[in-house]
Design a protein around this ligand. Structure first.
Ligand code: ITT
Length: 194
């Protein structure tokens, strides 16, 4: 089993990715901080592939990347691909989104996550997607998780992501769903041929 380089600079994502990959028993290592990939793609899929592929080639090892974001219906899908670039900190991003939705009663939103795995030559060997539907709250709730978690409400659970335990979030979240699919397709990966 090769080492898999986890191509993210987001500590919240990293913690979740490590939990999801643990059952696979492969050796995980973090992407060197000096490798920065510009997210120039026009879809989550393109950006996930760019990150996995460029990091894999740079270190000549297998790499896994996640591109994700929050698409709000009333904002025509914004911040979407630009979720990380919507503000400088999680606090700023949340404040800006709540302000953009001031007075708006239609608060449906989707969290989207695409995960891609690249071989050492940069070729994409596997990719999966997960989507989680919910609503944007009027103010932050809960102190777990990261990013937009305190304002993403799941009506059927009557909780935000930030009020859920790790296991609860894992079972319903966009990333949990994408990784669940990935783990099922994992046996098809041909590590030996690289
Ligand atoms: P890397 O590209 O280095 O992995 P990033 O934070 O730039 O890190 P993205 O480009 O994929 O990652 O941006 C995703 C944005 O959406 C970012 O602001 C995250 O905090 C947020 N996000 C993604 N998944 C989330 C989750 O499960 N809960 C809360 N916020 C999330």
């Amino acid at each position: 089993m090769p080492t898999l380089i986890v191509a993210t600079g987001n500590p919240g994502k990293l913690a979740e990715m490590q939990t999801y990959l643990e059952p696979l028993g492969c050796q995980l290592a973090l992407k060197p901080t000096e490798i920065e990939v510009e997210e120039t793609g026009s879809t989550f899929y393109e950006n996930a592939c760019l990150k996995a592929s460029q990091v894999a080639k740079a270190v000549n090892q297998w790499a896994i990347a996640d591109d994700s974001g929050l698409a709000v219906d009333a904002l025509d899908g914004a911040p979407g691909l630009y979720s990380a670039r919507y503000g400088n900190t999680d606090r700023e991003r949340i404040a800006k989104l709540l302000q953009a939705l001031e007075g708006v009663s239609q608060r449906q939103a989707q969290f989207i996550c695409v995960v891609a795995i690249a071989a050492p030559d940069g070729s994409i060997q596997l990719s999966t997607e997960g989507i989680c539907s919910g609503e944007i709250t009027h103010s932050p709730r809960g102190d777990r998780g990261f990013g937009y978690d305190p304002i993403f409400w799941l009506p059927e659970h009557k909780k935000t992501f930030a009020e859920m335990t790790k296991v609860e979030k894992q079972t319903v979240s966009h990333r949990g769903k994408a990784f669940n699919k990935l783990i099922h397709q994992w046996p098809g990966l041909k590590f030996d041929s690289f």
